[in-house]
Design a protein around this ligand. Structure first.
Ligand code: GLN
Length: 527
């Protein structure tokens, strides 16, 4: 078992997760790679965080709510990740506190070093052994210098002593700006960031320098001298349009050779999706897709939705222009639905919570249904499509979700019975992978299967008291849970393409296996 540690410096948002996932992809042809992500915050998981602050909450098959970087890991490595691979300081301290109360420390003073760092390291070995993995790929979240990450950095520093230097390597992601008017690659931020890392006792073996152009020989030489890293181990982290090009860039920069040399391995690089990328680049067909939500200011909040759209587009050889529609603007009369949806070929209502923006989304769904615009609803999107249908087709006046209006005359969407008594917010939704049984229809045709598994994250459901009236009015409840109680998929056959799911199929989409519903949506837009 060998370890690759990825840290980041200079500034956040440089794409450390994608860089780590790209490295994982490249080396995973012959080796089993298990990613671990370390997050310094004190929340146990990101499930309780606003997506505007932390990006999308990614949900795993096992029901864990984890950092969005696991989306990159799953898509780049083609694996299903596990909750415990996301180690947060919240989890670490919970466990330390439990152990201390139980008396496990036998009278000792419990200290950051060695108790906390030992616990962190024990997780690396535990996970590595459980997975019987060849490479443990550890991504330290945040930026070197952040107080939250000190203990994680200290743990990965010590790891070298435990496993020996031929079994571990450190990669550091930095930034090489080309300031406007200077027009020269500047290496100082990288030098300072590496200095800070070395102060913590970590000497990087590889530097990945994010830059808008390839690093010049001169820049590489400078960085090499000042940072004490071999020149050939300085890799350009080129700005690219499509993140799936990153492994290609890293490979061309020779990263696999450096890994082979340092870890004494003989890896041949894996690059799987080149033909698909080429198709996408040459395509001349453009499709306009609107995403209507309330976290549209930060695209990271809908990272997997965007990914899933791109996967479908690459397989259907077309290009997508995304249009973000803030549905609160529609509610406040700042823009009309017609204006907002001008030139739109297809529409997605992604997951969401709460009252704000919901009526705007319902108005948009009504427009799409009446004007025959291809529509896909995801989770909250399904719930609001049912509300719209109940109000305007079934004529159930005032129909609503009890999440939006507790005193609605027609609670067509209501809280799941098992959710009613839950008080704690963290990790208590209906989470993870569930089976649905599909009836004949467009969704079953797309999935090419009767039994399908998708991931869930919700507290509300289509109220079983209304199944019949919805169905009698032409809405097909085309996918149900095995016991027939929960509506997992709906479709409206009178429409060109009107589908929705209680699940989040975007979470399982990949370039090689695009989500069937996204594929169906884009295909219908093309028709
Ligand atoms: N707010 C809705 C629920 O809790 C939908 C959640 C979601 O879209 N993920 O059921």
């Amino acid at each position: 078992m060998k370890f690759i540690v990825v840290t980041g410096g200079v500034l956040s948002g440089l794409g450390k997760g994608i860089a780590a996932a790209s490295i994982g992809h490249l080396i995973s042809k012959d080796l089993k790679v298990t990613p671990i992500k370390l997050d310094g915050y004190l929340n146990v998981d990101p499930g309780t965080m606003n997506p505007i602050e932390h990006g999308e909450v990614f949900v795993l098959d096992d029901g864990g709510e984890v950092d969005m970087d696991f989306g990159h890991y799953e898509r780049f490595l083609n694996i299903s990740c596990k909750t415990k691979w996301n180690l947060t300081m919240g989890k670490v301290f919970n466990e330390i506190r439990e152990k201390e109360r139980r008396g496990d420390y036998l009278g000792k003073t419990v200290q950051f070093i060695p108790h906390v760092t030992n616990l962190i390291k024990s997780k690396f070995f535990e996970i590595g052994k459980e997975e019987n993995t060849d490479i443990v790929l550890i991504e330290v979240g945040g930026t070197v210098g952040d107080i939250e990450n000190e203990l994680f950095l200290e743990a990965v520093r010590q790891l070298k002593i435990d496993v020996g230097s031929e079994n571990i390597m450190y990669m550091h992601l930095t930034y090489v700006p080309i300031p406007h008017g200077v027009n020269e690659q500047k290496s100082k931020p990288t030098q300072q960031s590496v200095n800070m890392l070395r102060q913590k006792g970590i000497n990087p073996d590889i530097l990945i320098c994010r830059c808008k152009e390839y690093l010049t020989e001169k820049t590489k030489e400078r960085i090499s001298i000042f940072c004490g890293v071999d020149k050939e181990a300085i890799i350009t982290g080129l700005d690219v349009e499509n993140v799936y090009e990153i492994p290609v860039v890293f490979n061309e920069e020779g990263i696999v050779n450096i890994i082979n040399k340092k870890l004494k391995l003989n890896i041949t690089p894996r690059i799987e999706w080149l033909p698909l990328l080429k198709q996408n680049k040459n395509s001349k067909t453009n499709i306009n897709i609107a995403i209507c939500g309330k976290y549209t200011k930060l695209e990271d909040s809908y990272a997997s939705v965007i990914e899933a759209i791109d996967h479908a587009a690459a397989n259907l050889k077309c290009k997508i222009n995304l249009k973000w529609i803030e549905t609160t603007d529609i509610e406040e009369g700042k823009i009309s639905v017609e204006e907002a949806l001008k030139d739109i070929n297809g529409l997605i209502i992604p997951g969401g919570f709460g009252l704000r923006g919901a009526e705007g989304k319902i108005a948009v769904i009504k427009y799409a249904r009446e004007k025959n615009i291809p529509f896909l609803g995801l989770c909250f999107g399904l719930q609001l499509a049912v509300v719209e249908f109940a109000r305007n087709v079934c004529k159930l006046e005032g129909a609503n979700s009890t999440e939006i209006n507790q005193r609605t005359s027609h609670p067509v969407i209501d809280i799941l019975p098992e959710q009613k008594s839950i008080i704690n917010k963290g990790g208590t939704m209906r989470l993870g992978s569930y089976k649905a049984i599909l009836k004949d229809g467009v969704i079953k045709q797309l999935y090419k299967n009767e039994k399908v598994y998708e991931r869930h994250r919700h507290r509300y459901e289509v109220n079983p008291n209304y199944h019949e009236i919805l169905a009698n009015n032409g809405l097909v409840l085309s996918g149900l849970s095995e016991d027939g109680r929960l509506v997992e998929f709906i479709e409206y056959p009178k429409h060109k393409f009107f589908t929705a799911t209680q699940a989040h199929p975007e979470l399982k989409s990949s370039l090689i296996n695009p989500s069937p519903l996204f594929y169906g949506l884009i295909k219908s837009c093309l028709e």
